[in-house]
Design a protein around this ligand. Sequence first.
Ligand SMILES: [Zn+2]
Ligand SMILES: [Zn+2]
Length: 196
Amino acid sequence: MTAVSTSGDKSVDIRADLAYPLAALLGEPAGSRRDYAFEGIPLDLGEDLQLATPVSGWVRFSRTNRGIFIRGGVDTALALECSRCLKPITLPISLAISEEALPAIDIATGKPLDPDVEPEIVRLNDHHELDIEPIIREAIQLAEPIAPLCRPDCPGLCSICGESLESGPHDHDEAPLDPRLEALRAFRVDADAETG
Ligand SMILES: [Zn+2]
Ligand SMILES: [Zn+2]
């Protein structure tokens, strides 16, 4: 499904999937470009990571002497849990992607190119299509914070009862106090109450 956006000074093909047919671009001289936008794309990131918002963004494919250079921007949001208080949080992220891809088939001769030459590089498929979903998925996974917080000064949970400390610290019944200290403790609580 494609639609053409008329916003901005030039129209950009807005797509609802991430596999792009690039045979025509491969037939053009180095420096030729294609621009696309995509939006509302759900991604499955596995059990450990979930998106709060489907993926949107833009991508530019530039013909190089030997393949395609991919540059793009991705906006989405991660559904996470605060690492201190365990509250669900939504973390918006913006990512830049930058990657080179090579054809699998020589566009001029129609002959397959040796995939062992650069085994790590992204390849177009045999129909000269490029699926950028794996690139985006990897960039999102790399952007996942190790210890996300609902806010930088989240006080976390009480180590005794597990209640949130968001509304301030609270008291627990402690071990029975020496009666001589009890009076002192009452005095301290009063003093705290007075100072606010
Ligand atoms: Zn928190
Ligand atoms: Zn507590």
